[in-house]
Write a protein that binds this ligand. Structure first.
Ligand code: PEP
Length: 256
């Protein structure tokens, strides 16, 4: 059975005291939890948030990494450093990295491999633009973006989570319908089956991201192929993020 993962991507938001208050609220509420909980603060705050959530059910992730080991790469952060400050997870290929920083599948495949090599669990984000959906290219785009898994073996897939994040739904308030989400997730699971095997496809978690809120989370998370949520805006406040985690707990119970 796939355990639901509720992940918060704080992006370039929250100063130190705000992140501390939020992480304290989450860690205080969830000493243990039926679903997995992950927060991804901005990199200067990873160590601080990591100390706050230590010993709770809340896990720590970074929003990005560079694939090379340490060296002369000004401004970059490597997997060793993320492990060193207590990260268990890293996001790779978020649409904002693809759109604003020109990150493409070949680079992302190296980042995914580097994350795994350093013992991190990797969330590989994929998703189509609005124009691509309107042109009927959603599946072709998703298939192409699965190239981020180019260097990942079947055994390593145990440490990979896929996040389907339609770009037109990120930060826009427009959420994919449950049917659109389920359809894309089922397609991605089919891709995992053809790239790997039925076993890998049925064991790999696929998260939905794109304007997930307290009031739509339960319906989305109850879809058979939706195994969690990657949450941006609604992860910045304790009450809204906790409401989504609680929806995850309910969905997990429904799925048995
Ligand atoms: C995201 O950035 O991954 C995201 C899903 O953002 P939001 O929830 O704000 O749409």
């Amino acid at each position: 059975m796939r355990r639901i993962l509720v992940a918060g991507n704080w992006k370039m938001n929250l100063l130190q005291s705000q992140g501390a208050a939020l992480s304290q609220a989450l860690a205080g509420k969830y000493a243990s939890c039926a679903v997995e909980i992950l927060v991804c603060p901005a990199s200067p705050y990873l160590g601080g948030v990591g100390s706050t959530i230590r010993g709770s059910a809340v896990q720590l992730g970074a929003q990005n990494l560079y694939f090379a080991p340490q060296g002369a790469l000004t401004g970059e952060v490597c997997g060793d450093m993320l492990k060193d400050v207590g990260c268990g997870w890293v996001l790779v290929g978020h649409s904002e990295r693809r759109q604003f920083f020109g990150e493409q599948d070949e680079l992302l495949a190296k980042k995914v491999a580097a994350g795994l090599q350093h013992g991190l669990q990797v969330v590989l984000c994929v998703g189509e633009l609005l124009a691509e959906r309107q042109a009927g290219q959603t599946e072709a785009v998703l298939e192409k973006q699965m190239a981020g898994l180019a260097q990942v073996s079947a055994e390593q897939m145990a440490n990979i989570v896929i996040a389907y994040e339609p770009v037109w739904a990120i930060g826009t308030g427009v959420t994919a319908t449950t049917e659109q989400a389920q359809q894309a997730h089922a397609f991605l699971r089919g891709q995992l089956k053809s790239r790997y095997s039925e076993v890998v496809a049925s064991a790999t978690r696929i998260l939905y991201g794109g304007s997930v809120k307290a009031d739509n989370a339960l319906e989305l998370l109850s879809q058979p192929d939706v195994d969690g949520a990657l949450v941006g805006g609604a992860s910045l406040k304790a009450d809204s993020f906790i409401a989504i985690i609680e929806a995850g707990i309910q969905a997990q119970a429904r799925k048995g």
